[in-house]
Design a protein around this ligand. Sequence first.
Ligand code: SAM
Ligand code: SF4
Length: 323
Amino acid sequence: MELRDGAGRLITYLRLSITDRCNLRCVYCMPEDGYKLCAHDDVLSLEEFTLCVNRFVSLFGINKVRLTGGEPLIKRNIEFLINNLANNPGIDDLAITTNGILLAEKGRPIFDAGMRRINVSLDTLNHDRFHRITRVGNLDDSLKGLQAAKEIGFSPIKINTVLLPGFDEEAQMIEWANREGFQIRFIELMPSLPLDIDISNGNAPRMPDILRSLSESFSDIEKLDDNSSDAGNHTTKYRIPSNNWTFEFIPAITNPFCMHCNRIRLNCEGMLRYCLYSNKTMQIRPLLEKSDDEFKTAIQDFVSRKNGRVSDHIASYMFSIGG
Ligand code: SAM
Ligand code: SF4
């Protein structure tokens, strides 16, 4: 009743990219001149997503599911899917990654449907930089969404901050997040298809750059032991005892976590992908009508081809794979 890949890694975590549509256009995620969206007829219905997840849970013991996209909160009737997943007793950890823009409006319905854990992507607290990164967004909408999420009672609320060229807000963002009760994680930018990421001059900073810069202001930064029981936990945690602040990194480049990978991804067209860096996919829709045994054999066969990392670049745009 378990799913192991070709390197023997146990797969327990399914990430669902439920739409490729988005209300932002982040420079590191989407090409500026548009992109071809999936045709509506090709997008899995919420019933099909539910069926897939239920089978992964019952046949393989998948116990962690994350909704992502594109922007998941623009998906019509997302509450229906969340409610189905929240009522599946095999799922211990149900979470969503969102840009937060629609949280003021959709936070309450998704909370009532059973969502509790939320990651909000926010790369800056500067209005002008926010607009330049997202091309169309307004920082106030994101901050309003976060306040709403706090009032509604989501917990934990994690902030995903991608480290982009010109980033120098680490101290300010750590202070802000800790005061607000959010867990902040700095994510190293992963190379993807050629994109316009020249936010300002310089290279994208990485974990050692941020730690070096923080150590100029704080003399007591401590690395925390990882007590997490989650084998696929990819974060490196730090604390600043003088302020009792914590922060984390997802050091995708400095300290690649491939050997601990426990993930598999399903996108909105029903393409199953076992690695961000691989362009090997399998269409899952025809399998939904097959017996449990046939479903199981086909998935196991596909996942057994997952082995080491095959490329330095993410295989497609992040919005279409589901970051
Ligand atoms: N729209 C939602 C959001 O932005 O949170 C969910 C989808 S987005 C593709 C998921 C995550 O991927 C976001 O936290 C985003 O910052 C991250 N991401 C996108 N492109 C990335 C890249 N090249 N390197 C690292 N993280 C990336
Ligand atoms: Fe949209 Fe998220 Fe990609 Fe930004 S990172 S363009 S919000 S999918």
